[in-house]
Design a protein around this ligand. Structure first.
Ligand code: UN1
Length: 515
C-alpha cells in the first residue's frame, strides 16, 4: 500500500545530491539565504537553498549563446550538429534512472511516468539526429529561362525556452534537441519548481558538448521566477521564445515578443475531452480514461478533463470509471513506492483550485461520484495528496470550461454526434481530444474539419501520452504552437527563397519590361 509513511525531506535531499553526482554535473551552491530553493512536493518541504539568476546574468547568458551562434554554431554543418544531440542521447540513456529520480523528487511523478518522461527525451534525440540530415528545402520550376527557384532553411539565432513543472525535462528536450540541430543556440528558463532536473540536463548537455567538441555556450540555463522569464521575453537577440505554461502566461508573453517582431511558440492550457459513442469498447474507454484523467495526478496539459458520453451508455461508463477510481484509493501517496499510481499535487495552489472547482461544480448541480478528498493530510503537512474525482455534470457550465490543473473528470451526456462535437469544441482551449467508437464513419466525422477542433485528435485512445513523432500542440487558447516531431522543426529556422540566374539574360518575372 502506498499509504505508508512518506519519505523524509533530508533523505530526499540526499537522493537528489546523489543523482546529481552520478550525472557528474556541477552541484548547485547551497547558499544559505539564497533567493531560491529546490523543493519537493512529496513532503512539500525545501530540499536546499539555491541561487537565482538576476536580469544581468540573463543578459550574460543571452550574450554567450548569441556569441556561440554567430561564431560557430550556425556555420557548423547540420549533421555535425547532430553529433552533439547523438552524444546527449547516449548520456541520457546512461543516466535515465538518475534523471527520473530527480523528476520524481521535484515534480512528484510516479517512477514509471518519470522514466517515461526521460524516455521521451531519448526518443526526441533520435528524431533530431535523423533530422540533422533532413532539413529539406524544395526547388520549384522558375517561370524564367535560365533560372532556378528554391528555398533554403537557416538557423534563427538564440531560442529562449521556458518550461513548466509538469514535464520538466521532456518539453525542454523537444525544443532544445530540435533547435540545436537546426543551428540555434538555447537559453533555458525552467520552472522555479524544478531547478535540479534542469541543472542535471544542462550538465549532461555540457558533457556531451565537451565530448564532441561543440562550444559550451550553445546552451545556458537561467534559474529564477518571473523577472528572469521577462528578461528573455524582452531581449531582441532571442529570435524565438518557446513557452509552455498557462494561457495567462501566454497572453502576457505573446504581445511582448510580437511587439519586438520576435517569434513565439506557445504550448498553453488544455481542457481535453473524450467522446464515448454507444458502439465504444468500454474496456478501452475505462483504461484510457483513467490513465489520461488520473495519471500524473491530473497535471498534464493533455490530461482528460471531460468525458462526453452517449446517453445510452453514460450510466454504465460512469459506474465503471468510478469502480476503477475506487481501486486508485489505496494507491495514492509516495511516488517512489512501486504500487503508487497517483503522486502528490505540485503544491497547495492545485489543491485549493481543486476544492474550489468541486464546490462550484456542486453549485451548478454536479454530483461528485467518487474522490475529491485530501489524503495523508496529517503526515503530509505541506504536501497535497488528493483522491482523483469524477463529477457527473448536468451540462457544460463555466467551471467545466476552465482548466483546473488537478484530477477532476467531468462526465456529461449527449444524444447526437453533432451535440457531442458542440460540447467538445465549446471550451476556449484546443489541445487534445479523443473519440471512442467502433463506427468508422463516426470516427472519420470526428477527425474531419467539422469535427474536433484540437491540435491532437485521437481514436480509441485517451488524450494524453502522445508520441514525439507527431507535432505536439493545440489551437485557440492553447496558443497554436507545434513542437517535437513532424515538420515542427520549421518553427526553429528561417526560410529563404532563392532565385538563381544561370543564363546570360535578365528576364523579369510577370513579363515586366524595364530598360
Ligand atoms: C504537457 O503536459 O505539457 O502527450 C506535455 C503527453 C506527453 C506530453 C505532455 N507526451 O501527455
Amino acid at each position: 500500500m502506498s499509504t505508508s509513511a512518506l519519505p523524509d525531506t533530508a533523505a530526499l535531499a540526499e537522493r537528489a545530491r546523489t543523482a546529481l553526482d552520478r550525472c557528474r554535473v556541477d552541484r548547485p551552491r547551497e547558499t544559505a539565504g539564497a533567493a531560491g530553493a529546490a523543493r519537493t512536493p512529496i513532503t512539500g518541504q525545501e530540499l536546499f537553498p539555491l541561487d537565482h539568476d538576476d536580469t544581468a546574468s540573463v543578459d550574460g547568458a543571452v550574450t554567450a549563446a548569441h556569441g556561440a551562434f554567430t561564431s560557430a554554431w550556425r556555420d557548423t554543418p547540420a549533421p555535425v550538429r547532430g553529433q552533439l544531440v547523438h552524444r546527449l542521447g547516449a548520456l541520457l540513456r546512461e543516466h535515465k534512472d538518475d534523471l527520473a529520480e530527480l523528476v520524481t523528487i521535484e515534480a512528484g511523478k510516479i517512477r514509471s511516468e518519470a522514466l517515461g518522461e526521460v524516455q521521451e527525451m531519448i526518443d526526441i534525440c533520435d528524431l533530431a539526429v535523423g533530422l540533422s540530415r533532413q532539413l529539406y528545402g524544395r526547388t520549384m520550376p522558375s517561370e524564367r529561362p535560365g533560372h532556378r527557384l528554391m528555398e533554403t532553411w537557416h538557423p534563427l539565432g538564440v531560442v529562449g525556452v521556458i518550461t513548466a513543472f509538469n514535464f520538466p525535462v521532456a518539453v525542454w528536450s523537444w525544443n532544445t534537441c530540435v533547435a540545436l540541430v537546426c543551428g540555434d543556440t538555447v537559453v533555458w528558463k525552467p520552472s522555479e519548481l524544478t531547478p535540479l532536473t534542469a541543472l542535471a540536463c544542462h550538465g549532461l548537455l555540457m558533457r556531451a558538448a565537451a565530448d564532441v567538441g561543440a562550444p559550451a555556450d550553445v546552451h545556458r540555463v537561467v534559474l529564477g521566477g518571473r523577472e528572469v522569464g521577462e528578461a528573455l521575453v524582452e531581449d531582441r537577440r532571442v529570435a524565438l521564445l518557446s513557452a509552455t505554461g498557462s494561457t495567462a502566461m501566454g497572453r502576457a508573453v505573446a504581445p511582448r515578443v510580437a511587439a519586438r517582431m520576435g517569434r513565439y511558440l506557445l504550448e498553453l492550457g488544455g481542457n481535453n475531452a473524450a467522446v464515448v459513442a454507444p458502439s465504444a469498447d468500454l474496456d478501452l474507454v475505462v483504461r484510457g480514461s483513467v490513465f489520461s484523467a488520473a495519471g500524473t495526478a491530473g497535471q498534464r496539459c493533455t490530461t482528460l478533463r471531460r468525458l462526453i458520453v452517449h446517453e445510452d451508455v453514460v450510466e454504465e461508463v460512469a459506474r465503471r470509471v468510478v469502480d476503477a477510481y475506487k481501486q486508485l484509493r489505496d494507491r495514492i501517496g509516495d511516488p517512489f513506492e512501486e504500487s503508487t499510481l497517483v503522486g502528490p499535487l505540485v503544491g497547495e495552489r492545485g489543491y485549493t483550485a481543486m476544492r474550489s472547482a468541486l464546490e462550484r461544480a456542486g453549485a451548478d448541480g454536479g454530483e461528485v461520484l467518487v474522490g475529491g478528498g485530501r489524503r495523508l493530510a496529517e503526515e503530509a503537512g505541506d504536501a497535497y495528496y488528493v483522491e482523483p474525482a469524477v463529477v457527473r455534470m448536468p451540462g457544460q457550465t463555466e467551471v467545466v470550461r476552465e482548466e483546473t490543473f488537478a484530477p477532476i473528470l467531468y462526465v456529461m451526456s449527449y444524444r447526437t454526434l453533432e451535440e457531442a462535437v458542440e460540447l467538445h469544441n465549446g471550451v476556449p482551449q484546443g489541445l487534445s481530444s479523443a473519440i471512442f467508437t467502433q463506427d468508422q464513419a463516426e470516427a472519420e466525422r470526428f477527425l474531419s474539419a467539422a469535427g474536433a477542433d484540437c491540435g491532437i485528435v485521437n481514436v480509441n485512445i485517451g488524450t494524453s501520452g502522445a508520441e514525439i513523432g507527431g507535432a505536439f500542440g493545440g489551437e485557440k487558447d492553447t496558443g497554436g504552437g507545434r513542437e517535437s516531431g513532424s515538420d515542427s522543426w520549421k518553427a526553429y529556422m528561417r526560410r529563404a527563397t532563392n532565385t538563381v540566374n544561370y543564363g546570360g539574360e535578365l528576364p523579369l518575372a510577370q513579363g515586366v519590361r524595364f530598360l
